[in-house]
Design a protein around this ligand. Structure first.
Ligand code: NAG
Ligand code: ZN
Ligand code: ZN
Length: 440
């Protein structure tokens, strides 16, 4: 550790000493502000930017985040934070605090997308056909930032913060594998965030209840009998049958679903035939479906299968439907805990001002964070990073960029949501001894 770092650490410890986070409720409100100004300090900020750029240069796809995982472990080791690895192949789970309950988790995803970066800059992806175009590089940097903030204050944490670095959010269901591997053992609540290019920097947005849709995929093979295109009576035409299947699928949302219960069925793939004058043997169609409740989702899933096989049969074709659950796991609906919504409003409001904590409509997109919030109370939010007067490029675009000025906000938000959770959600027995803490 350089002299400079020592000085800044001593300075921070001093600052912290003057504002002991446990003494009274007024100080609770100071925690998020302190954490944010700490994360904005040039040295701290530059370290996070460095981490983010290093990950950006070396994007790795789901379950292949070996270097990213190594970088995370190296940083945790430098901070003296114990961790478990490997979990779900590349996943890392770190622990900060007393090692005792309550346990609160904060989560980042590590994977990149299979696409070529089109942004020309010094830290452009060095891996052809791979890019961090969803901001998961920033998510990792922010969670490491939160880890540093919390580790510096570990003596004051009234419980344990669990750092969850997961693989394969982009369709791979890495969160499910983390849960199956026991990453949430003993954990009482979990928080996650996602950078957002259409919300201004310095703001956050979320809502209680359903936030992101449940999502599934389907692929169907509709088989008929191929033959001469000019003598259709000798064939069973799967192209026409598949076309009718697709039209019938549109009725599920327009005629069977409650208009106030948002749902989507999209056929995004249609493959069949190769010649102008030959009726093919079969056609493959595939797509995705979304809904905001498990009930609507399961209803949609069942009806998709019935409509495809039934409508194909009307035209003498056979159809098989595959929901591809082995390779593309069904993502549950992301439902935010009502209780944690209050906590989020308090903490984010103390950090940014109540007017910068926005309510938002649910989004049809999905997040595998839902695998966590399915088993324990969870809360997912969006962190604004839009620069004023700059046209934003949405995620999953080859021109996507991260506004690195958002990194301190994400780090401080993670850290304060966790630290305040431990202070405010003490088991009943301990909270009755509150006065004791005041003496410390
Ligand atoms: C559909 O399946 C049945 C039963 O296996 C078979 O007899 C029939 O030939 C199939 N029809 C087509 C068009 O593939
Ligand atoms: Zn994404
Ligand atoms: Zn993402």
């Amino acid at each position: 550790m350089s002299f400079c770092k020592w000085v800044s650490l001593i300075f921070v410890l001093n600052l912290f000493y003057q504002l002991p986070i446990l003494s009274n409720s007024l100080d609770l409100a100071e925690i998020p502000k302190n954490f944010l100004s700490y994360a904005k300090k040039p040295e701290f900020f530059e370290w996070m930017v460095g981490v983010r750029r290093k990950i950006h240069e070396n994007p790795e796809l789901g379950y292949e985040e070996f270097e990213t995982s190594k970088l995370i472990r190296d940083e945790l080791e430098k901070m003296g934070i114990p961790y478990k690895h490997p979990i779900a192949i590349t996943g890392v789970v770190g622990y900060i605090g007393s090692g005792k309950p309550p346990f609160v988790a904060i989560r980042a995803d590590m994977d990149a997308l299979a696409m070529q970066e089109s942004v020309e800059w010094e830290h452009k992806s060095k891996n052809p056909g791979k890019m961090h175009a969803c901001g998961h590089d920033a998510h990792v940097a922010m969670l490491l930032g939160a880890a540093k903030i919390l580790q510096d204050r570990r003596e004051d944490l009234e419980g344990t913060v669990v750092l969850v670095f997961q693989p394969a959010e982009e369709g791979g269901g890495g969160a499910k594998k983390m849960v199956d591997a026991g990453a949430l053992e003993n954990v009482d609540a979990i928080f996650g965030l996602h950078v957002s290019t259409d919300k201004p920097i310095g703001t956050v947005a979320s809502r209680p209840g359903p936030l992101l849709a449940g999502s599934g995929f389907f692929e169907a093979i509709i088989s008929g009998r191929g033959g001469h295109a000019a003598i259709p009576q000798h064939s069973i035409d799967p192209i026409l049958a598949a076309s009718n299947v697709i039209v019938s699928l549109q009725h599920l949302v327009s005629r069977e679903a409650d208009p106030l219960d948002s749902q989507v069925v999209t056929v995004a793939k249609f493959q069949g035939g190769g010649a102008f004058n030959v009726i093919p043997d079969s056609v493959t169609i595939a797509g995705t479906f979304r809904a905001f409740s498990t009930e609507s989702f399961m209803q949609l899933k069942q009806r998709i299968e019935e409509v495809i096989t039934g409508q194909a049969a009307v035209q003498r074709c056979n159809a098989t439907v595959d929901f591809l659950e082995d390779t593309k796991p069904i993502f549950p609906v992301t439902v935010n805990s009502e209780d944690l919504h209050g906590h989020f409003l308090n903490v984010a409001g103390d950090m940014l001002g109540a007017s910068n904590v926005r309510d938002m409509q649910p989004l049809m997109g999905s997040e595998d964070f839902s695998f966590y919030s399915e088993v324990i109370p969870g809360y997912f939010s969006f962190l604004g990073m839009k620069k004023e007067n700059v046209k934003s490029v949405p995620g999953h675009s080859p021109f996507f960029t991260v506004n690195e000025d958002a990194l301190p906000y994400g780090a401080a938000l993670h850290a304060s949501l966790a630290a305040r959770y431990l202070l405010e959600y003490q088991p009943q027995v301990q909270s009755s001894q509150g006065e004791l803490h005041d003496e410390l």
